[in-house]
Design a protein around this ligand. Structure first.
Ligand code: SAJ
Length: 436
């Protein structure tokens, strides 16, 4: 039995001093830990990777959205990072921010959540809040975290409280963790209240929902909404091309509607570790429950086929010039999955480049954010902006980083295929640029 009553705990989370334990120090966990420290909480950050912990202890952040200065400030405020899970016993709340990827057959890979739950089973103690942040299918928090705390001999709502609160990190966005409203849902009403009190110290705006499942589905709705709307505009881009209509002009025109329309933009596909993957968590679980998710399945199909469509458009462009992809020197511009970041996970740019390579193109890539050694690990030849780009026959803009000089690119390269509408958006009128 915890020494505190429920009311004492509630008050302590709401206004008292307590220690936040963060399990998983990646692009979600580290910002959470740094935010907690900046808001006066004691912080214990745990990660299974001792090298990552050592770097953090040395004041070096591996997460683009957390500067070394912000990390130093957290360390100065007393934040501690460790690879020894035993220290998590000191924490009053355990926030779990571990990966939730898909497996080889695009089914949920729950191994990281299961490993974190095993850690919780070993370190949980009376008085703790345990909150899962990793994006997952509805029911995960009950299925994995409740058994973990119970295996530690702890009783829900007597000794511990358990919630789900989806992460809403948007890499590269200037909004900080504390500024973004946080949805919280408990596996019990008391857990929801305790979770709302604790998160109220980390963010300015907490939105409490009735259950952990509702919070889990909230996240999946947010990202399925994006995947479906991106797929819809990707399909319309193909229709517009068949009608010889400029899709970028049409989306721009529709975006003038001040209500009832949010612009999404076509591209070479959908990358990142969220939008292409999260809806599959819902589809997979729904299939188990014999419920169809046709929008999710269709969106995945359209988005996954965009690299093929882009490659087909490039083949047609070259064909008009009595050329083929085979033997053509093609420069891929932008390999990261979205602008102004270095992350190339699930990047459709890589899929396009692989397809071009398989059809005999001689490839180079230009990406000022993705380190050359990482590009070389993909088997690509890294090209610098300062190089003489005129040696390339065609450049394909796959990710529209701000740091690229698009006017210079169009001046130096004979033909440019723009899959991101960046020449339209920047008002650069170049006769040798063709848009998706
Ligand atoms: N994309 C398009 N067209 C669009 C928007 C995006 O092709 O109109 C592509 C992007 O190029 C990228 C992919 O989709 O390859 C994902 O883009 P994203 O902007 O959704 O980027 P993420 O996955 O880093 O971040 C998203 C968050 N994005 C925004 O809210 C703008 C948000 O949905 C989640 O907080 C986050 O995933 C997450 O962690 O779930």
């Amino acid at each position: 039995m915890t020494t505190d009553t429920y009311q004492d705990r509630l008050e302590r989370f709401r206004t008292g001093r307590w220690t936040a334990g963060v399990i998983g120090l990646g692009y979600v966990g580290l910002p959470l830990a740094v935010t907690a420290a900046s808001r006066g909480l004691d912080v214990i950050g745990f990660d299974i990777d001792p090298r990552r912990v050592a770097a953090l202890d040395g004041g070096t952040s591996h997460v683009e959205d957390v500067t070394d200065e912000e990390l130093e400030a957290a360390l100065a405020a007393g934040a501690r990072f460790t690879a020894d899970e035993a220290h998590l016993r000191e924490a009053d709340a355990l926030f779990i921010a571990v990966p939730s990827p898909l497996g080889r057959n695009r089914q949920p890979d729950m191994s990281f959540i299961e490993s974190a739950a095993a850690t919780v089973a070993r370190v949980a103690r009376p008085g703790q809040l345990v909150s899962l942040e990793s994006t997952t299918y509805p029911g995960t928090t009950e299925d994995h975290l409740l058994p973990a705390v119970r295996s530690a001999g702890l009783e829900l709502d007597r000794d511990v409280w358990v919630t789900f609160s989806p992460e809403r990190v948007d890499p590269g966005n200037v909004l900080q963790t504390g500024d973004i409203p946080k949805v919280v849902g408990g596996v019990s009403e008391a857990s929801g209240a305790i979770g709302a009190a604790a998160y109220g110290r980390l963010v300015d705006n907490v939105h409490l929902v009735s259950t952990a499942r509702a919070a889990e589905l909230t996240k999946l709705l947010e990202n399925t909404y994006r995947a479906v709307n991106i797929a819809m505009v990707n399909e319309l881009a193909q229709v517009a091309h068949a009608f010889d209509i400029d899709i970028w002009e049409v989306v721009g025109a529709a975006a003038t509607k001040p209500f009832g329309f949010q612009p999404f933009y076509p591209g070479p596909g959908v990358g990142g570790h969220c939008i292409p993957l999260d809806p599959q968590f819902l589809a997979w679980r729904a299939r188990e429950l014999r419920v169809t998710t046709r929008f999710i399945d269709l969106a995945e199909d359209i988005n996954l086929h965009m690299p093929d469509y882009v490659t087909g458009r490039i083949a047609a462009l070259l064909n008009e010039r009595q050329r083929s992809i085979a033997g053509t020197r093609i420069l891929g511009v932008g390999v990261a999955y979205k602008p102004n970041i270095a992350d190339d996970r699930e990047s459709p740019a890589i899929d396009v480049l692989r397809l071009l390579e398989r059809r005999g193109a001689e490839l180079g890539v230009l990406d000022p954010h993705v380190p050359p050694d990482r590009l070389e690990r993909h088997g690509f030849t890294a090209t610098e902006h300062a190089d003489d780009l005129s040696e390339w026959d065609l450049a394909v803009v796959l990710t529209d980083h701000d740091a690229i000089d698009y006017a210079a690119l169009a001046e130096q390269v004979e033909l440019v295929f723009d899959t991101r509408g960046v020449y339209r958006r920047k008002g650069i009128d170049a006769p040798n640029v063709v848009s998706l």
